[in-house]
Ligand binder design. Structure first.
Ligand SMILES: [Zn+2]
Length: 115
């Protein structure tokens, strides 16, 4: 289950982002951006985060996940398109030399600390 590794990394990043001089910090909401191609199962990630945040300032944190679409750009004609599945062939010129612009990210876009 690769969600456990992801959860551990996210928690580490979030903990590093908490100001050091804050007393008893508590993170209420974690806003995540997760690409459709990142193969993250949301309920697995939620489950793993519940485990790894225990006894940390993130215990009981609420996850808000924004799904990032798969966006592909053709290297030949520069057309960009959004795909539901990775379609690595340009619909215009049929070139297969394409660049993945987004869809693989797993990142914290912001987090909200309790007052
Ligand atoms: Zn093209």
């Amino acid at each position: 289950m690769h969600e456990m590794g992801i959860a551990e990394q996210l928690v580490q990043i979030a903990l590093d982002a908490i100001p050091e001089d804050m007393e008893n910090p508590r993170v209420e909401i974690l806003n995540l951006r997760i690409g459709k191609l990142a193969s993250v199962v949301e309920h697995s990630l939620t489950f793993c985060l519940e485990i790894v945040t225990k006894d940390t300032p993130l215990e009981g944190v609420r996850l808000v996940i924004e799904e990032v679409p798969i966006v592909i750009r053709c290297q030949s004609c520069s057309r960009e398109w959004e795909a539901d599945t990775p379609m690595f062939k340009c619909p215009d010129c049929s070139d297969a030399k394409v660049t993945l612009i987004s869809g693989r990210e797993i990142e914290i876009s912001s987090m909200e600390l309790a007052d």
